[in-house]
Structure formats: structure tokens, C-alpha cells
Design a protein around this ligand. Structure first.
Ligand SMILES: Nc1ncnc2c1ncn2[C@@H]1O[C@H](COP(=O)(O)OP(=O)(O)OP(=O)(O)O)[C@@H](O)[C@H]1O
Ligand SMILES: [Mg+2]
Length: 225
């Protein structure tokens, strides 16, 4: 039987600013199994990024529960969660979040340095991943010297560096033209074929088609269309 990767029950994340409460994720019930490729779509402000942050152990629920690979994330401190993320989660952010003072290959390498890899193995891994995303000729470029699509591809390579079983991707083609977006779709296709569990927040029809299941989020709730 396939393992459950994500189990969310009555999951809520509220934000409170100046006495105004925003229920960004509300009473969400969800189970995701190993190897699923799930897309999450819905209007701006629906809670997609908030939900991905909860799944990626970057944020904690205000109530309810989210269990990832049998870890109830609300129960752990930040130290444990940092180690947990390194081992289990790859995150591709809506705004790339590359480290501006590191080159493309250093942005990838630094993840596996944290994981304690040897220098030789790190070099191999970084080359393999730059190859996968078609950027071997940009290894020594800094983020500011890369195009938006190239930065996005480095962000994918970095997210995959430690071979995490769960990959979370936030609007990967949102800021890209159609052709560059297609390169990202192709990278995600390859990742899907490897059998990783993937969750992608997207409006992109091509990515929605790639998904084995699509979830619609509106006002923090999952709705059936
Ligand atoms: N750190 C925060 N503090 C306060 N409110 C927040 C915070 N993060 C998100 N929100 C609110 O929660 C709601 C959901 O935001 P979220 O970023 O998850 O939406 P989204 O579906 O990812 O939107 P988009 O498609 O524009 O990226 C919004 O109303 C937003 O204003
Ligand atoms: Mg978002």
C-alpha cells in the first residue's frame, strides 16, 4: 500500500493584523499519497502559498493538524523543523529566493553542504542538477546575471539537491513567458517520472494537465468544482 505523505485535518492558519482576522487556510482536510502530482489552483489570495508554507514546515497551523511523513509538524521546535526540511522537503518559491552572493552552482551546493556531503559528491550533484535543468553553461553566474527563467531553473535544481521525497512548488511559471514556462513544465515532467510526490500551486493549464489530481482553493477552503 502507498504511504501517506501529507495528512491535514481541520487545518487552519489565521493571520491577525490590527484586529482584522484573515483565515488564509480554513478547516482543510487533505490526504496526499506517495507519488501523487497535485496541482492547487484558485484566485489570488485563496491561500495557496499559505498552504504550501504549512506543508513545507515553514509555518505552523493556528489550529488543526498537518502530518508530513508521520511528523505532526505543529509539535516541533524550529531546530528540529530545519533538519526535517533538509531531509524531506524541496521548496521552489514564488520569488525564487536564491542567495544573491552565491553563484548558480554554489546555490545548489550549499544545501548539500548543510547535509554534510563530501566536496567531490557535492561537485557531482551540482553538475548533474545543472544538467537536468539545462544550465551547465551558467554554473558560475550569480543570480543577478541570470534571466528570470534561468533563476527559476536554478531554484528547481537547489530544491532537488538533497533528493527530497516531497517537492513543493509555488507558481513556477507565473512570471515567465510561454516558451520559458514550457522549459519549467518539462523539468516538472522529468521529476514526476522519477516518482517524487509533487505539489504545485499554479494557474498554468499545462501544469494542471500534468497533475494526477487538481485541488481548487477558495477563501482558504478546498472546494469541488
Ligand atoms: N504573513 C501574512 N500576514 C498577514 N496576512 C497574510 C500573510 N500571508 C498571507 N496573508 C493573507 O492570507 C491570504 C492568503 O494569502 P496567500 O499568499 O496564501 O494567497 P495565494 O493563494 O498564494 O495568492 P497568490 O495567487 O496571489 O499568490 C491573503 O488574504 C493574504 O493577505
Ligand atoms: Mg501565492
Amino acid at each position: 500500500m502507498k504511504e501517506n505523505v501529507i495528512v491535514a485535518s481541520r487545518l487552519c492558519r489565521q493571520f491577525e493584523i490590527d484586529d482584522v482576522i484573515v483565515e488564509a487556510v480554513k478547516n482543510l482536510e487533505l490526504t496526499v499519497q506517495e507519488g501523487e502530482f497535485i496541482s492547487i489552483y484558485g484566485p489570488s489570495g485563496a491561500g495557496k502559498t499559505t498552504l504550501l508554507n504549512l506543508m513545507g514546515a515553514l509555518d505552523k497551523p493556528t489550529s488543526g493538524k498537518i502530518v508530513i511523513f508521520d511528523h505532526d509538524l505543529g509539535k516541533y521546535d524550529e531546530n528540529f523543523l530545519a533538519t526535517f526540511r533538509l531531509a524531506y522537503i524541496g521548496f521552489v518559491f514564488q520569488s525564487y529566493n536564491l542567495i544573491s552572493t552565491l553563484t548558480a552552482s554554489e546555490n545548489i551546493a550549499f544545501v548539500v553542504e548543510l547535509a554534510g556531503w563530501s566536496r567531490e559528491r557535492i561537485k557531482d550533484r551540482s553538475e548533474t542538477l545543472l544538467n537536468l535543468v539545462g544550465l551547465e553553461h551558467r554554473a558560475n553566474h550569480f543570480p543577478a546575471q541570470l534571466s528570470g527563467g534561468e533563476r527559476q531553473r536554478v531554484a528547481f535544481a537547489r530544491a532537488l539537491a538533497n533528493d527530497p521525497p516531497l517537492l513543493l512548488v509555488d507558481e513556477p511559471t507565473g512570471n515567465l513567458d510561454t516558451e520559458t514556462g514550457l522549459e519549467i513544465v518539462n523539468i516538472l515532467k522529468k521529476i514526476k517520472e522519477e516518482g517524487k510526490t509533487v505539489i504545485v500551486a499554479t494557474h498554468d493549464e499545462k501544469l494542471l494537465k500534468l497533475a494526477s489530481r487538481s485541488l481548487c482553493l477558495k477563501d482558504g477552503r478546498l472546494i469541488n468544482r
